[in-house]
Design a protein around this ligand. Structure first.
Ligand code: BYC
Length: 328
């Protein structure tokens, strides 16, 4: 239905110069005026392709992101923590639903997106390729990864593509509850016994580099930022978002007497910028290209879920077909 202009993944990058110049100028003027682009509006093929890539990766990150924390539901200490974690994990899967629906408006089917995830063709966030070894990892994910996601999503919710922005607005409300849940566990452990503090410090040390990677490669290395910012898909560059995160959350970590594994980390009071050791970008590219500690396991779990859910999807399709047939 929305097929015009959709270029499947792997095809050559659509050329903006090949677009009708009049339509392109009108489109760019709408974006400059801050208007939202809606699914049936004209859009350049490259805009459509970039949006599908980004929203799809985001949706995959939500379902794969449910896995590391999901393994802790049965082991969460106490009924209250279990309930909160279960609700959070369920929310993350719900976010994926919203995002897959937003991506579908651009012409790629959910089935194709999920197949591309399982076949390793599509990416998802680097951070979910690491194991959640202890309960403190759940605190770090819930507090700091959700915080990092909020920085990114609040910015992008002001972007140009209507369905993505509306999904992000709703997601941000829910993420702020997740952040509270993560913060509560984080502070509990930070102010707990020596063993609890050590467990938290160790989790923080392990997660720091993946969190720094989360915002994407530094602006000088980023492939897509320039185009995405021009079309207001991305509302801040990777480095700007990383700086915002450092500014908001490093003081909160230090206040609790915890340290971060980077001796260069400090705020330059003169420029207001945070200085830090450049994270290892080779490691980042290894992880996002399938060679992180848990990539294979994550995709294997997803594949099993797809296989076991096949009969449900088939039954739903049959039921849909039945109701679509007019009564005799
Ligand atoms: N991980 O040109 P660049 C959550 C890739 S889930 C993996 O800078 P761009 C949560 C990038 O795709 C929230 N890959 O890219 C869920 C590109 O490769 P391709 C997740 C990454 O798009 C459950 C290449 O590197 N949030 O919160 O301009 C539990 C070059 O990068 C990453 C989103 O998905 C990465 N971190 O900017 C708890 C937000 N970074 O595609 C929490 C939506 C980069 O050319 N996405 N790459 O092969 C975005 O905002 C942007 O895509 C990014 C990257 C800022 C991430």
């Amino acid at each position: 239905m929305y097929g015009g202009g959709y270029v499947p993944a792997g095809a050559d990058e659509p050329k903006v110069s090949a677009e009708n110049p009049e339509l392109l100028a009108q489109f760019e003027a709408r974006i400059a005026r801050g208007e939202k682009i809606e699914p049936r509006d004209w859009m350049p093929a490259a805009y459509r392709k970039q949006l599908i890539r980004m929203i799809e990766q985001h949706a995959h990150s939500e379902i794969i992101g449910a896995l590391p924390e999901g393994t802790w539901i049965t082991r969460a200490p106490g009924f209250r923590r279990k309930l909160a974690l279960m609700a959070k994990v369920q929310d993350e899967v719900g976010h994926a639903q919203l995002l897959y629906s937003a991506a579908e408006t651009l012409g790629k089917s959910r089935e194709d997106m999920l197949n591309d995830l399982i076949n390793g063709k599509s990416k998802y966030s680097n951070v979910f390729n690491y194991p959640a070894e202890t309960w403190a990892d759940v605190a770090v994910i819930g507090f700091l990864i959700d915080a990092a996601a909020i920085v990114n999503q609040v910015a992008n919710s002001k972007g140009s593509y209507g369905p993505y922005c509306r999904a992000l607005e709703r997601i941000c409300y829910e993420e702020s509850f997740h952040l509270k849940q993560g913060h509560s566990v984080f502070v509990w452990l930070a102010t707990g016994t020596t063993m609890q503090r050590e467990m938290l410090q160790s989790a923080l040390n392990r997660w720091w580099e993946p969190i720094m990677h989360f915002f994407g490669p530094s602006d000088t290395m980023s492939q897509h930022t320039e185009t995405l910012m021009r079309w207001k898909v991305k509302m801040a560059s990777n480095d700007v978002m990383r700086q915002q995160f450092l500014n908001m959350y490093v003081p909160k970590i230090w206040e609790l007497g915890l340290s971060l594994p980077d001796s260069e980390l400090r705020k330059d009071e003169f420029t207001g910028q945070w200085l830090f050791t450049e994270p290892n970008w080779d490691t980042f590219f290894q992880v996002i290209n399938g060679n992180g500690p848990c990539n294979r396991e994550r995709l294997a779990v997803r594949k099993i879920a797809e296989e076991r859910g096949a009969w449900v999807r088939a039954a739903l399709r049959r039921a849909d077909a039945r109701y679509a047939t007019p009564l005799a």
